[in-house]
Design a binder for this molecule. Sequence first.
Ligand code: AMP
Ligand code: ZN
Length: 115
Amino acid sequence: MNDCLFCKIISGEIPSKKVYEDEYCYAFEDIAPVAPTHILFVPKTHIPSAAAITPENSAVVGKIYEAIAKIAKEKNLENGWRVVSNCGPDAGQTVFHLHFHLLGGRALGVMCDNI
Ligand code: AMP
Ligand code: ZN
């Protein structure tokens, strides 16, 4: 997966502002934040998107959500927060390594104009 931006961030080849790391996941500040807290959580194994989650690799998603809840608490987001995982072109996915945006620190508004 030499061409994957987030694999390079996980390996340290590309620098990032690390927020959290464990055996399963790596979390870092989004380079273009859209909220006061905007952190990306990625599995350490390369999974292209949520569409590639299978019974064999899905356990990491639970581990990532555990990390998200821990960091949201540490960042004092008690007023609320949102997790977003864009999957595929219609959702605007730009980096094809599964990731979860943790957004918080301001009122986030309606998530989407058609649901
Ligand atoms: P998505 O559009 O859902 O695929 O999200 C990709 C996210 O990665 C965007 O929010 C970008 O701002 C972010 N991003 C791209 N390159 C970097 C980088 N080098 N370091 C941190 N975040 C990045
Ligand atoms: Zn990758």
